[in-house]
Design a protein around this ligand. Structure first.
Ligand code: PGA
Length: 220
């Protein structure tokens, strides 16, 4: 069986204290063959999360939710790829919440992709429609298909829509496609059972330790 990617995006949630409780409550989670699990905390928690998972050999990796479009330098408020790479293996780029709230366009997103590639970070690029697909080699990039009306409102996309979208993307090359939007312990297997869907991106349900464990348990 092909391995599947389970990505958990905490968004702008959790203090250091809350993250430590989450780590303690999820430390019983067992690794599963064919599953790659990555947790994406906010920048403030990358150090804590990566240190704890490494020291305690927890079966998941850590990723960042965003990356600066620039190298390290005079860019107040930005976190560069070089800085992220100290703590994380993955980065999410182009989440719809960034496209909407921070007006990220194709140009910025392409710069972020360049920075991630230069720093050897694995990329999950979120798109909600085909037009958002960048015109470049996508073989090193995981595409997360996240329809806008499925994000954060308990309205998972129907399987046929996700399968059809994945087919279109994969017709362009050997590209990994995952699905995101209202994924839960109840519906995760439905998506992952499809050969063509390479994983899921989970938002809200990653915050609760029990849901996180249940999603991994139910995944395959
Ligand atoms: P959700 O978020 O699981 O809360 O719908 C998904 C996402 O925004 O990636």
């Amino acid at each position: 069986m092909k391995s599947k990617l389970l990505a958990f995006n905490w968004k702008s949630n959790k203090t250091k204290y809350e993250a430590k409780i989450w780590l303690i409550e999820t430390s019983s989670v067992e690794s599963k063959e064919n599953l790659e699990v990555v947790v994406f905390p906010p920048f403030t928690l990358l150090d804590t999360m990566s240190g704890y998972t490494r020291v305690n050999s927890l079966p998941f990796q850590i990723g960042a939710q965003d990356i600066s479009p620039f190298n390290s330098g005079a860019f107040t408020g930005e976190v560069s790829g070089e800085q992220i790479k100290e703590f994380a293996d993955y980065v999410i780029i182009g989440h719809s919440e960034r496209r909407t709230n921070f007006l990220e366009d194709k140009e910025i997103i392409n710069k972020k992709i360049e920075q991630a590639l230069e720093n050897e970070l694995k990329i999950i690029l979120c798109i909600s429609k085909l037009e958002e697909l960048p015109d470049r080699d996508l073989s090193k990039i995981v595409i997360a298909y996240e329809p806008l009306n499925s994000i954060g409102n308990n309205n998972p996309a129907d399987l046929e829509t996700v399968v059809n979208f994945s087919k279109v993307i994969k017709s362009k090359g050997d590209i990994k496609v995952i699905y995101g939007g209202s994924v839960s312990a109840e519906n995760v297997k439905k998506y992952l059972d499809q050969e063509i869907i390479d994983g899921v991106l989970v938002g809200g349900e990653s915050l609760d330790p029990k849901s996180f464990i249940n999603i991994i348990q139910n995944a395959i």
